[in-house]
Design a protein around this ligand. Sequence first.
Ligand SMILES: Cc1cc2nc3c(=O)[nH]c(=O)nc-3n(C[C@H](O)[C@H](O)[C@H](O)COP(=O)(O)O)c2cc1C
Length: 174
Amino acid sequence: MGSFNDIVHNRKQCRGFVAKELDEDDLEKILEVALKSPRVSSETDSHFIIVDDKVQLSKLSDCNDIDSYLLKDAALAIVVIGNSLNNEFWVEDGSMAAVSMLYMAEQLGIGSYWVQVRKRGYYDGANSTEIIRGVLEIPEEYDVLCILGIGYAKEQGAVSEDCTKWENVHLNSF
Ligand SMILES: Cc1cc2nc3c(=O)[nH]c(=O)nc-3n(C[C@H](O)[C@H](O)[C@H](O)COP(=O)(O)O)c2cc1C
């Protein structure tokens, strides 16, 4: 089990999955960090829809014309949603949960893939959120932030160039 430092340095977006199911305990660990992640108030929650049904996964993999197709081969997807009517910080809350899940997956040797949903859709104007709402029967007051594809990575990608921009860190003023 790597240190948090190792996890941060090694985590990479997974761009291909092998056909292998996820261990239930591992899924529980991933979900637990989402449920324990920092949020704006204990009164507000994100919700997480686990999709492991292949037909449903295939429908989700068609929610945009950019990169959602990769979801088709994931062991499962975790759809991160929030109540945008009663929580103006649903995006921040959901993002904290999503990033926590990415790091926990990495710690467990599991690949993850972020498909952005909010403000995304098809070039022809179809809206990803509305497509997913229909597939998963999500109530109107909830909005979809992202879908995480989760599974075992097909191949380890080449180690990419270090793009750590230390110049983006400022001391005392911009
Ligand atoms: C808010 C957010 C939205 C993202 N949306 C997508 C996406 O729609 N499709 C995708 O392939 N990757 C998406 N990513 C992943 C980034 O493209 C990826 O993290 C970035 O290229 C850096 O690569 P790395 O994660 O391997 O370091 C998203 C990441 C974040 C934080």
